[in-house]
Design a protein around this ligand. Structure first.
Ligand code: MN
Ligand code: MN
Length: 404
């Protein structure tokens, strides 16, 4: 339906109702409720063409201080990404992302390179200190205070995923920013210390603090240890992949295994050259992608004949809104690896091959106006990742082994 037809279809009264629903919807969306956001037409997604779903994160300016770097992708950089934001952060040896919290988002992270130590504090005074290497993941619930520091002599790199596209890493609540702006009299009363204690404290946000390389073993908190009921750490790549076939593999963790991660599911998708993560959609979540390695072609189907394809290289970010059809194909010479985040703590997907296989041949024959016998050649189960050779063999290649 064209916009004009749509207008005729709804009529004037209907259009007014739709418009007010849209306004309400965008207000709620700005408040950061991604589940509601998809119940009303998002004006950005209601045009005749789909907007771009690509942002070259690692080529963006970001914040660079003393060898540490932070680059973010929010609705400002990538307007389609209303449900999820992301940050690529590098810490130099001895650098720390200072004590802070995020008022409007939970934080999920994947360590790409180097080693990181975190300490997080939740309600009830529970604290946990963890160390992370490549392939490890953390999750901090919305509003919980935390810090991140680089361990050892090598820099570290990690990618942060937030369950709110309106979040901004540069609009986060930092401890130096707060203490630097609170009156000294108030601080003195708060801590039962002389006012002069705070004379030399930073007057504005430090963001990246620089110190010596942290001790090999983390020291105990001032208050002593008080471990939380649920851990904040998961070793994603050290576990078996959820899917492993000739075309590639998927490591995935959601709250069914990593209990604290109630609002985010995270995954690493590895595709062999030419392989395809098949056409599919997620009924319950938006999807955010970051290319860790390689070159991929991502497609997006947005109903009403709207279809868009974009090419992504290492360091680029992509986004597929909840319920929108998409696929990811490795078009580079080597393996590709994509970090994927979903803004739901429970993973759900529906694959096109699975949907076709879930219907009888007479239904498919009528739907497509084709002989029923044609559908005997279609896969009988979910393909999930199709290896490169499927392209030469028609829909059902010999390598289509499906889910393990
Ligand atoms: Mn943080
Ligand atoms: Mn997907």
């Amino acid at each position: 339906m064209s916009p004009l037809q749509r207008r005729e279809f709804f009529g004037a009264a209907g259009l007014a109702a739709v418009t007010s629903a849209m306004l309400m919807g965008s207000k709620r969306a700005e408040a950061g409720d991604p589940s509601f956001m998809n119940n009303v037409p998002d004006p950005l997604l209601a045009g005749e063409e789909l907007p771009t779903f690509k942002f070259e994160l690692e080529k963006s300016e970001g914040k660079i201080m003393d060898g540490s770097e932070a680059r973010e992708a929010t609705v400002k950089q990538l307007p389609i990404s209303k449900g999820i934001a992301g940050v690529s952060m590098k810490l130099a040896p001895g650098a720390m992302r200072e004590l802070h919290w995020h008022a409007t988002a939970a934080e999920w992270a994947f360590v790409d390179k180097g080693r990181v130590r975190t300490t997080v504090l939740g309600p009830g005074g529970y604290t946990e200190t963890n160390e992370f290497g490549p392939g490890d993941v953390w999750y901090f619930p919305r509003g919980h205070g935390h810090m991140l520091e680089c361990l050892g002599n090598e820099p570290c790199h990690f990618v942060l995923i937030f369950d709110n596209g309106y979040f901004s890493e540069f609009g986060t609540f930092s401890i130096t920013d707060w203490i630097g702006h609170a009156p000294r009299t108030l601080l003195a009363k708060n801590f039962s210390l002389p006012e002069s204690t705070f004379d030399a404290f930073p007057k504005k946000e430090v963001y990246f603090a620089k110190g010596s390389i942290p001790p090999n073993r983390a020291a105990a908190p001032l208050a002593g240890p008080k471990p939380p009921p649920l851990t904040h750490k998961w070793q994603l790549l050290a576990n078996d992949p959820l899917v492993d076939n000739k075309g590639g593999r998927l490591w995935l963790v959601d709250s069914t295994k990593f209990a604290i991660s109630k609002t985010i599911t995270g995954a690493v998708l590895e595709l062999e050259p030419g392989a395809l993560r098949e056409l599919h959609w997620h009924p319950n979540a938006d999807e955010w992608q970051y290319v860790l390695e390689g070159k991929v072609s991502i497609t997006l189907f947005g109903s009403g004949g709207r279809y868009r394809t974009e090419t992504f290289e290492k360091g680029d970010v992509g986004y597929s809104p909840q319920g929108y059809g998409h696929s990811i194909e490795n078009i580079g010479d080597g393996k590709c690896r994509i970090l994927i985040g979903f803004n739901s703590g429970v993973y759900e997907e529906i694959d096109l091959s699975e949907w076709i296989a879930g219907n009888p041949s007479d239904v498919l024959a009528t739907n497509f106006g084709q002989p029923a016998s044609l559908f005997d050649r279609f896969p009988r189960r979910d393909i999930f990742i199709a290896p490169a050779e499927n392209q030469d063999h028609g829909a059902r290649g010999t390598g289509a082994v499906g889910r393990s």
